[in-house]
Ligand binder design. Structure first.
Ligand code: UDP
Length: 245
């Protein structure tokens, strides 16, 4: 796949527009080339530095999209004006694409009532959507093998995995070995939003790139995930930019 990537703290990030990225997903589904999509943020870059499996995933995933506002700022510090591609919006467009083209999808992750409501809402919005597998994201090591078998047998074109990072990325990477022609995307808390159980930030917070701040104010337990991650990340990027000069 020809694409422009820019490295931030060791990991290449695709410099693509939302619509270009969506076209690539469509191509991959059509020609069954398979791809793992990661919508990257500073926390995941930290995980890459700390967890060898995540490091490998971030170095090898076919598509790494700039999700977090921290990534947008990092690219800006490197002189690149890149639009932010919010994972939840991108995933929703893939759902729409699948509904329109009859592609089969699997929904995996979140709590039972969340995944049930998500399925119901998606089918209400896209009655033609072919959902071939749904399961909540709470399972034991023993159940994991069965889940993989079941997903394989269901044969989806796209798998939406919502287990939080890095669990969802690791699952997707392992699952891709069983279904190499499938598109995988890790989508964090998207089912919580699609189920209607969690509200996204009002548009003004989304547009200004401050959705993370809104979520942190609403769920203060997120505070320690953002701080000191974001400021430290930006300091490291500034040091990297200076050393590249
Ligand atoms: N989750 C899951 N299984 C787990 C841990 C988490 O299914 O073992 C789900 C959780 O219910 C939530 C999502 O994974 O729906 C993670 O959401 P979070 O808000 O942490 O992700 P983010 O969007 O911040 O990456």
């Amino acid at each position: 796949m020809t694409q422009t990537r820019k490295k931030v703290l060791g990991y290449g990030i695709d410099l693509v527009s939302f619509s270009e990225a969506l076209c690539k997903v469509d191509d991959s589904i059509r020609d069954k080339s398979g791809m793992q999509i990661v919508t990257i943020n500073p926390e995941m870059i930290n995980q890459g530095h700390a967890i060898p499996e995540m490091d490998e995933i971030l170095k090898n995933a076919e598509m790494i999209l700039p999700d977090g506002v921290g990534i947008k700022i990092a690219l800006k510090l490197k002189g690149i004006n890149q639009e932010r591609i919010a994972g939840i919006e991108f995933a929703k467009k893939i759902i729409e694409l699948c509904a329109k083209n009859g592609y089969k999808i699997a929904l995996f992750g979140a709590k039972q009532e969340v995944i049930e409501k998500t399925e119901e809402n998606l089918l209400k919005e896209y009655p033609e959507l072919k959902i071939v597998y749904t399961r909540n994201g709470y399972f034991s090591k023993e159940e994991e093998q069965q889940i993989k078998e079941d997903i394989k047998n269901a044969g989806p074109d796209v798998i939406f995995t919502a287990l939080g990072a890095p669990k969802q990325e690791i699952f997707n990477k392992e699952m891709k070995q069983l279904l190499p022609g499938t598109v995988f995307i890790g989508i964090g808390g998207s089912f919580d939003v699609w189920s209607g159980m969690v509200q996204r930030a009002p548009e003004i917070w989304q547009k200004t790139g401050l959705e993370w701040l809104y979520r942190t104010l609403k769920e203060p337990q997120r505070f320690k995930r953002i701080f000191p991650t974001l400021p430290l990340f930006l300091i490291k990027v500034i040091i990297e930019v200076i050393s590249e000069k």
